[in-house]
Design a protein around this ligand. Structure first.
Ligand SMILES: [Zn+2]
Length: 162
């Protein structure tokens, strides 16, 4: 990681396996952002199988690309103090000016439509195949991620409580 290289799948999976075998995971755990690729998912399935465990659900929070690009392009960040805003959902009191420190707020390079679309292309290529992978195991649940945040959260809780 120090060299800016990608961490090999086996190492990532080992780290996750160590973590989920700690006491606070006895009653269950949620993985967010892992696995991201088919090889990672296969390594995880094998490692869980090894300790007689399996995943109960894989939750796909579904949001069309267009919504993601629009949401991200509304983000604004203060490069001086690190505060973040959104032109629709968390606007600054004075347009373009940070509430906290008075500096200018900007659209970060990471949030620009062309950068976001590049990340989405990587997602479609590497991560989206997991939807089919977990659907084939009959554990895929899909939640409509375009709903208000509270409704998305409630839908996920409903799935987990079953
Ligand atoms: Zn600021």
């Amino acid at each position: 990681m120090d060299q800016g290289l990608l961490v090999p799948d086996e190492l990532t999976c080992d780290l996750v396996m160590d973590r989920i075998q700690q006491d606070d995971c006895k009653n269950g755990f949620i993985l967010d952002g892992f696995p991201r690729t088919i090889p990672q998912a296969e390594a995880l399935t094998a490692a869980l199988d090894h300790i007689n465990q399996k995943m109960d659900f894989a939750i796909d929070v579904d949001v069309p690309d267009e919504n993601i690009v629009n949401r991200m392009s509304g983000r604004r960040a203060c490069l001086n103090c690190g505060a973040t805003y959104h032109i629709v959902s968390i606007p600054t009191k004075v347009e373009g000016i940070c509430d906290r420190c008075g500096s200018e707020v900007v659209l970060r390079e990471d949030d620009k439509p062309e950068t976001v679309q590049k990340r989405l292309n990587v997602y479609h290529e590497q991560t989206q195949p997991l939807i089919e992978y977990y659907a084939a195991q009959n554990i895929l649940k899909t939640v409509d991620g375009t709903q208000p945040m509270e409704k998305v959260f409630a839908d996920i809780i409903t799935i987990l409580e079953k």
